[in-house]
Design a protein around this ligand. Structure first.
Ligand code: ATP
Length: 233
């Protein structure tokens, strides 16, 4: 569904991606993992078109999206839960969910406000609260709910549980497992893998702007040297 081939992305004259290649297959959970500063968020920006890639190719469902603006990429079916959640602080929960809602790809069972509130009951209780009044966990649920309201075919989550309490983290992973079971294709960006290895099908390890290893969860968990070297676990 998503394919990156030898993508090179720069911040001005500073190169951050040095031939990034990865793929997400339909219905699978793929991860892009690696330590801080290795190029994970830059990869997300390259896919979404918020950062300009100078070389390489990015295809979504066979269509080139390299250089397309973020709103076009979203319309094609890529939903993003960005690093730091980035919810609208001055809008309430209902407004956050409805602000960008759409069904561009004509899903016959689209996500609606009611469906998202059923999926995240905590948001139902907080419906009239402003984004800035929510806890970190509630904000994360809201960010995921907002992305679902775009009825994406691919959901990208950048550091979905960063800074959250263990119980909330578990709840987020459980919800993502449910989304996978419903057939959604997911790309998870994270530093660690232990908590979500069981829902992931394929991992890509990034180091200094390129993928240095790929494989399934069994292969990764069996390779202690790899985890120590590239993930610091
Ligand atoms: P983190 O988890 O800390 O966000 P990451 O793997 O997502 O790490 P990136 O944020 O993609 O890493 O950063 C990749 C490289 O690009 C790093 O060397 C970083 O210093 C550099 N970089 C990121 N943002 C900028 C920027 N705005 N200007 C210049 N260099 C940047």
């Amino acid at each position: 569904m998503l394919e990156l081939e030898n993508v090179e992305t720069f911040y001005g004259t500073i190169q951050a991606l040095f031939g990034m290649s990865l793929r997400c297959d339909e219905g699978q959970v793929t991860t892009l993992i690696g330590r801080n500063g290795m190029g994970k968020t830059t990869t997300v920006g390259s896919i979404m078109g918020t950062l300009e890639s100078r070389n390489g190719e990015i295809r979504f469902d066979g269509v080139s999206i390299r250089g397309k603006p973020a709103y076009r990429v979203a319309q094609l079916g890529v939903g993003l839960v960005p690093e730091g959640r980035q919810i609208f602080p001055n809008l309430n929960v209902r407004e956050n969910l409805l602000a960008t809602a759409a069904n561009y790809n004509g899903s016959d069972d689209p996500w609606t406000l009611d469906k998202v509130l059923e999926f995240f009951p905590r948001l139902h209780e907080r419906l009239a609260n402003q984004g800035s009044q929510l806890s970190g966990g509630e904000q994360q649920m809201l960010a995921i709910g907002r992305a679902l309201m775009l009825n994406p075919r691919l959901l990208i989550l950048d550091e979905a549980t960063e800074g959250l309490a263990p119980l909330i983290r578990q709840e987020i992973w459980r919800r993502l497992e449910q989304l996978k079971q419903s057939g959604l294709t997911i790309l998870l960006i994270d530093k660690n893998i232990d908590e979500f290895a069981h829902i992931a099908d394929r991992h890509f390890i990034v180091e200094k702007g390129q993928v240095v290893w790929q494989g399934d969860s069994d292969a990764l968990s069996a390779n202690a040297e790899l985890k120590a070297r590239y993930l610091g676990i």
